[in-house]
Write a new protein. Structure first.
Length: 123
């Protein structure tokens, strides 16, 4: 959707003393966002989902925002592919590989920067 999500300033700011921050990990499948970021993302997603769809429980218990797929769709449900950190007590967010698909990730080690660009990686 086109909705801007308001996440408090400093949510992803790196703080070695508390472990707060965000890492980019291609080995982690699902993006884990700390609560101040996750809740606004989840709530925005829920507002934008077709109101005729029925919310269902994720059989794995991993996701908290899943919807029954219409009869014409494939599979039985679709879920928001984000979650809170395990146990909910971590201050570290992880950008997982689901959100890195079809992106070119550029590492500028000398400049201490990271860049992203859209890239069709389907072939």
């Amino acid at each position: 959707g086109e909705e801007r999500v308001s996440i408090p300033a400093g949510t992803f700011e790196n703080d070695e003393s508390t472990g707060r921050g965000i890492i980019i990990d291609s080995g982690t499948v699902i993006t884990r966002l700390v609560e101040p970021a996750y809740n606004p993302v989840r709530d925005s997603f829920r507002r934008q989902v077709d109101s005729s769809l029925t919310m269902v429980e994720d059989s794995s218990g991993f996701f908290d925002t899943c919807y029954k797929t219409p009869p014409s769709g494939q599979g039985s449900a679709f879920c928001l592919a984000f979650a809170l950190p395990p146990g909910g007590g971590s201050d570290l967010s992880i950008l997982g590989n689901q959100q890195q698909q079809n992106l070119l990730v550029v590492y500028d080690v000398a400049g201490s920067r990271l860049g992203f660009a859209s890239q069709n990686c389907d072939g």
